[in-house]
Design a protein around this ligand. Structure first.
Ligand SMILES: [Zn+2]
Length: 144
């Protein structure tokens, strides 16, 4: 085994259900000959920190039984039956490693008042995003 080094994956992508994800410039550790690669960030956590906490994109959701959705920016009520595939892109800075881009295409609604795009957390989309991330990693022979 030689020494591991960081390499940058230009683009890896995965799909599950209605979720499509793309990582651009993702840093991974690779063996000297490039045959073995493994993540340097917790890929199952970092994107979710962005989409839920650092750069939240989901519409606000209220109600125990019949959920009501409202714009994450201005609070206007949203009709999620009008959701269409929408792109959301995030720069992710993780520890001391190079910044990478995480993009996802998921159902979303544009607010009729302020015009901002809201991702819609319904129909298990967050689980599908997780599965799409795992597919992207696995299909590129990267170890988690
Ligand atoms: Zn709005």
């Amino acid at each position: 085994m030689g020494k591991d080094q960081i390499i940058i994956m230009d683009r890896i992508e995965g799909k599950a259900g209605k979720a499509f994800v793309v990582f651009t410039n993702l840093p991974v550790w690779a063996s000297e000959d490039g045959s073995k690669k493994r993540m340097d960030v917790d890929i199952s956590v970092a994107p979710f920190d962005e989409i839920n906490k650092n750069q939240p994109v989901f519409a606000k959701k209220k109600g125990a039984f019949k959920k009501k959705y409202s714009c994450r920016s201005c609070g206007e009520a949203l009709d999620i039956s009008a959701a269409v595939p929408m792109d959301f892109t995030f720069d992710v800075a993780c520890n001391q490693f190079p910044t990478f881009t995480f993009a996802m295409n998921v159902p979303g609604v544009v607010c009729g008042v302020c015009g901002i795009g809201n991702a819609v957390s319904a129909g298990g989309i967050e689980e599908e995003i997780g599965s799409a991330i795992i597919e992207a990693v696995n299909s590129n022979s990267i170890e988690m």
